[in-house]
Design a protein around this ligand. Structure first.
Ligand code: HEM
Ligand SMILES: *[C@@H]1O[C@H](CO)[C@@H](O)[C@H](O)[C@H]1NC(C)=O
Length: 470
């Protein structure tokens, strides 16, 4: 009892000093945003991870407003849920806020990946990555993505499948196609296997001792570098462009640039290939899992999507051809289902930036080194911006959302270059799924699992059955 009291008193003292430190180090007349810093070190981490993040954000937003401070995993943070303020951080004042990730994640993906950089190196890389995901580049990949879907769906019939697991496999294969094109070198298969080990460790405790998933992942990461270097070496030697398409070819193409300083090294190429595959597949897999759940729960929407897709199917079969990029541009309702799913599920609840210097921000003071988190989910679930936010209602996108209020792919120089690919693979999946099958959700538990992207609990087990055509 005494020791308990002692600890309690010590904590109070620590707490007091911590607070007085925060305030004494503030320049005169500057005010931090309102909010509670919670307990020392742990801050409000427990509160964030032990409850639905929606309620963590909304209780604080109600108490303190759209901009408030808190303390997560040892870092003082400012959370932002006003669209205009989020735009300032991500777009108009982006030079004051650099991207920031936990060191363990940066080690695993590789320091040269574009996520971690600001300035000329970032924009040089970003141009290349973007060019490989423009519509003209994606067009070419439609038949190959469609083949993945046509091969995959019949395997699901009449047995229980875990939607999330299957969507991960599909999105991973799409990511591999967009990274390597039609390249069929032996290294690709080995790269795929190593990547799966890497992925298992990515969200585990960053404990680098033999036997842990993290340790295995770091080892796989090293091997992955070797395999990729070998592949890159082969491609470089062959001198002429391999003509395989895909991001790898674009990144190697920087060889031909006149300025030799823009030439990328092997590890710059490897880190970015690994990074893009990372960014591309778990995100998209979560979104597609949510799409299947929302369509299952909203039968009218499902029937409307099925009618739209059936119209396209009829036209394609009359013209005796396969699905094309242009067909995917004529799916307005299905596209709104994709948009509404991104809003409703908001799989990237927020992103992280760090103030690179002391910043004055809408009357608030943000000290250098503090994290700044634009809360996409709170913005997407604001009743003022999206009436009845918890209702799944694709028709709300019949009119364009208010500027800066809808940012499932972020905003500004770091916004997602893969948004069109994510949409394309979802549309191609829905085309075949809704015209050929119906599915039942086999799940007693409802709710959301955060791992780390929100997904329906249990990964949404479903049973698929073919539609009877009369
Ligand atoms: C529906 C699926 C996806 C969602 C919701 C999503 C969301 C996002 C968001 C919000 C960001 C910005 C992060 C920030 O500002 O801190 C981002 C960045 C990024 N995404 Fe996606 N993404 C998706 C799919 C993809 C795909 C398919 C690719 C493949 C090309 C991709 C590649 C990237 C890359 C490379 C970045 C970093 C860009 C930079 O730092 O310049 N993402 N994504
Ligand atoms: C459609 O795709 C299938 C499967 O890849 C292929 O065998 C067939 O030749 C394609 N049809 C046309 C008209 O391109």
């Amino acid at each position: 009892m005494i020791s308990f009291l002692l600890i309690f008193v010590l904590i109070i003292i620590y707490f007091f000093f911590k607070w007085s430190f925060f305030y004494s180090s503030l320049p005169k007349g500057k005010l931090l945003p309102p909010g509670s810093m919670g307990w020392p070190y742990f801050g409000e981490t427990l509160q964030l991870y032990s409850q639905n993040p929606n309620s963590f954000f909304s209780t604080r937003q109600q108490r303190y407003g759209d901009i408030f401070k808190t303390h997560i995993l040892g870092c003082p943070c400012v959370m932002i849920s006003r669209p205009e303020a989020a735009k300032m951080v991500l777009v108009t004042h982006d030079h004051l806020f650099k991207p920031t990730y936990p060191p363990s994640k940066e080690n695993m993906i590789g320091h040269n990946a574009l996520f971690f950089h600001q300035g000329p190196y970032h924009s040089h890389l970003r141009k290349m990555v973007q060019s490989s995901f423009l519509p003209c580049a994606l067009k070419e990949s439609v038949p190959r993505i469609e083949n993945l879907v046509i091969d995959m769906l019949p395997k699901f019939v009449d047995k229980t499948i875990n939607t999330l697991c299957e969507m991960k496999k599909y999105a991973f294969d799409v990511a591999i196609i967009s990274a390597f094109g039609i390249n069929t070198e032996v290294e690709i298969e080995q790269i795929k296997q190593l990547y799966r080990i890497l992925e298992k460790g990515y969200n585990s405790m960053p404990l680098n001792v033999p036997g842990t998933p993290f340790y295995k992942a770091m080892k796989a990461r090293k091997l992955l570098n070797e395999k990729l270097s070998k592949l890159i070496g082969k491609e470089r030697k062959s001198k002429k462009a391999a003509g395989t398409g895909g991001l790898l070819e674009v990144l190697l193409g920087s060889d031909q640039a006149e300025r030799s300083d823009s030439k990328l090294t092997d590890s710059q190429i490897a880190d970015n290939i690994i990074g893009v595959i990372f960014a591309a597949h778990d995100t998209t897999a979560s979104v597609m899992t949510w799409v299947l759940m929302y369509l299952h729960d909203n039968i009218d929407v499902l029937e409307a999507v099925a009618r739209e897709q059936e119209g396209i199917r009829c036209r394609i079969s009359e013209e005796n051809r396969n699905l094309t990029w242009d067909d995917t541009r004529l799916m307005p309702l299905t596209s709104r289902v994709f948009q509404e799913t991104l809003r409703s599920a908001s799989i990237l609840s927020f992103t992280f930036r760090e103030a690179v210097e002391d910043v004055e921000f809408e009357g608030h003071f943000i000290p250098k080194g503090w994290k700044v988190l634009p809360l996409f989910r709170s913005i997407h679930h604001s009743a003022a911006l999206f009436p009845h936010p918890s209702k799944f209602d694709p028709s709300r996108f019949e009119v364009a959302p208010r500027p800066n209020s809808y940012m499932p792919f972020g905003k500004g120089v770091h916004s997602c270059p893969g948004s069109e690919l994510a949409k394309l693979e979802t549309l191609i999946l829905l085309h075949h799924l809704t015209t050929t099958y119906r599915w039942k959700v086999i799940s007693s538990h409802s709710g959301t699992h955060y791992g780390p992207f929100p997904v329906p609990k249990g990964g949404l087990p479903i049973v698929l059955s073919p539609i009877c055509r009369t």
